[in-house]
Ligand binder design. Structure first.
Ligand SMILES: [Zn+2]
Ligand SMILES: [Zn+2]
Length: 269
């Protein structure tokens, strides 16, 4: 099983996930053209993309969804509530490209589970994507959660013990409070329906990271209120300071680049 971020942050988000030559995207918040360019940088053929799963209707998650779905002739998976609010933004899609999903479904041969995050959109979801246990292959799971103002029960339940995590480290509290944003925006970001702060996320990771966890990718970093260095050092110092995660020497923590793809991460079997 493999995954990577193709773009990450308020200018656009997309995550690729798959196994062997079957993959799907979680969100496409950059233009179709940029997405195809970024896919080629990680050597994934666009003909191998089997669908796009949408987490919520904000433009940094759906900007390129319609155009890419039409270009690649692939379906878009979203809940009925999200379809109601985003249909007009996606443009014309054939009926078979509009897939209404509930909490669990399958995409590109992998099991996808949606659970609620806490965000100021109509609905918003995190995902747990897993490869079912097969004869000669163990179960593997990748947990994804961005765009949440707080750690939700769903995050606690489904991110625990994943083999890899792509999770939001949006802002550093000191930088946000002392930065240029107007008061209402600071309030929105810090609120329960905004975004996750570096230390908030790190506290979550203390619960979620287990012996089998190989990778954590910090995602959706704010350009103004965070830096890759601050996010990484905050998370690492909290993880390393904890008795619970001290022995996890196999764990690697990365930061998702804003405009370019992270290198493809292949999970060890
Ligand atoms: Zn959002
Ligand atoms: Zn977002």
């Amino acid at each position: 099983m493999h995954f990577t971020t193709l773009a990450s942050g308020s200018s656009g988000n997309s995550i690729l996930i798959g196994e062997e030559n079957r993959h799907f995207l979680v969100d496409c918040g950059i233009s179709g053209k940029s997405l195809l360019h970024n896919l080629s940088q990680v050597n994934i053929a666009c003909s191998e993309i089997e669908g796009i799963v949408v987490t919520h209707e904000h433009i940094d998650h759906i900007r390129g969804v319609g155009i890419l779905a039409r270009k690649l002739k692939i379906p878009v998976y979203a809940t009925p509530g999200l379809w109601q609010v985003m249909s007009h933004s996606l443009g014309k899609l054939a009926d078979h490209q509009r897939i209404e999903v509930q909490e669990g479904f399958s995409c590109a041969g992998l099991n996808v589970l949606l659970y609620p995050t806490s965000h100021d959109s109509r609905e918003s979801y995190g995902l747990k994507i897993s490869r079912p246990k097969q004869k000669d292959k163990q179960e593997l799971a990748v947990g994804i959660a961005t765009d949440s103002g707080m750690i939700t029960q769903g995050m606690h339940k489904h991110l625990q013990g994943c083999d890899a995590l792509v999770v939001e480290a949006n802002y550093d509290e000191y930088r946000l409070l002392n930065g240029p944003y107007p008061a209402y925006l600071k309030k929105r970001i810090r609120g329960n329906y905004g975004h996750l702060e570096n230390k908030q996320l790190a506290e979550g990771l203390l619960e979620w990271v287990k012996d089998n966890t190989q990778r954590v990718v910090l995602a959706h970093l704010s350009e103004e209120n965070n830096t890759p260095e601050i996010a990484l050092s905050t998370v690492l110092s909290i993880l390393k300071g904890s008795k619970r995660t001290k022995e996890h020497s196999n764990l690697q923590v990365h930061v998702a680049p804003r405009h370019s793809p992270h290198e493809l991460i292949r999970l060890m079997e």
